[in-house]
Design a protein around this ligand. Structure first.
Ligand code: 5GP
Length: 189
């Protein structure tokens, strides 16, 4: 489970991890936010209308959902359960509130927070992005500050100052956690 403020490169990290590890699948969220250039439906997110989102939610198909920056985001439960039952590891990207709910649903999950190299760099990345309005960018920056203020609920923190090193660290965490759970199984808990 990866959380990172906007502009910290979690999408890039996720794509790199997926490319290097066939035993991990990404389960995209559903969202009512319009796609950004380059984003693909079913790959980055499932892009839904508000009506479609609300009816999924009302059918109890979402493990959790939240309103973030004025759009709705949610976690469909079925794809996660299907992947886990096939023995795959699942990667999810959520905000802090989503991570908190998922921790209660999957207490064995591994929760990773990705940090920008500095607050100044984060400002540059968020405010320099051309895909949102000025107001949205300000809101994202404020939320990022808030999200970074409490990292105690996370198992790992990765500082993304260099994407190659950050990817290496993420892979190392995955490898370490796999070894740990095997050891637990081997020793009966
Ligand atoms: P973005 O619009 O930049 O892709 O995502 C905005 C925020 O919503 C990010 O912090 C992202 O992690 C979070 N997010 C994405 N999907 C979900 C979800 O299913 N549930 C929750 N609670 N947050 C999500």
């Amino acid at each position: 489970m990866i959380t990172a403020p906007s502009g910290c490169g979690k999408g890039t990290l996720r794509r790199r991890l997926l490319a290097s590890d066939p035993d991990i699948v990404f389960c995209p969220s559903v969202t009512t936010r319009p796609p950004r250039p380059g984003e693909q439906d079913g790959v980055d997110y499932f892009f839904l209308s508000r009506e479609e989102f609300v009816s999924m939610r009302d059918r109890q198909e979402l493990i959790e959902w939240a309103s973030v920056y004025g759009n709705l985001y949610g976690t469909p439960g079925k794809p996660i359960e299907e992947a886990l039952s096939r023995g795959l590891d699942v990667i999810l990207e959520k905000d802090v509130q989503g991570a908190r709910t998922l921790r209660s649903v999957y207490p064995e999950g591994v929760f990773i927070f990705v940090l920008p190299p500095s607050r100044e760099e984060l400002r540059k990345r968020i405010l320099g992005r051309g895909t949102e309005t000025e107001e949205e960018r300000r809101l994202r920056l404020d939320c990022a500050e808030m999200e970074m203020s409490d990292l105690s609920a996370y198992d790992y923190v990765i500082i993304n100052s260099d994407i190659d090193r950050a990817t290496e660290r993420l892979s190392a965490i995955v490898a370490g956690e796999r070894a740990r759970s095997k050891r637990r199984t081997a020793h009966g808990g």
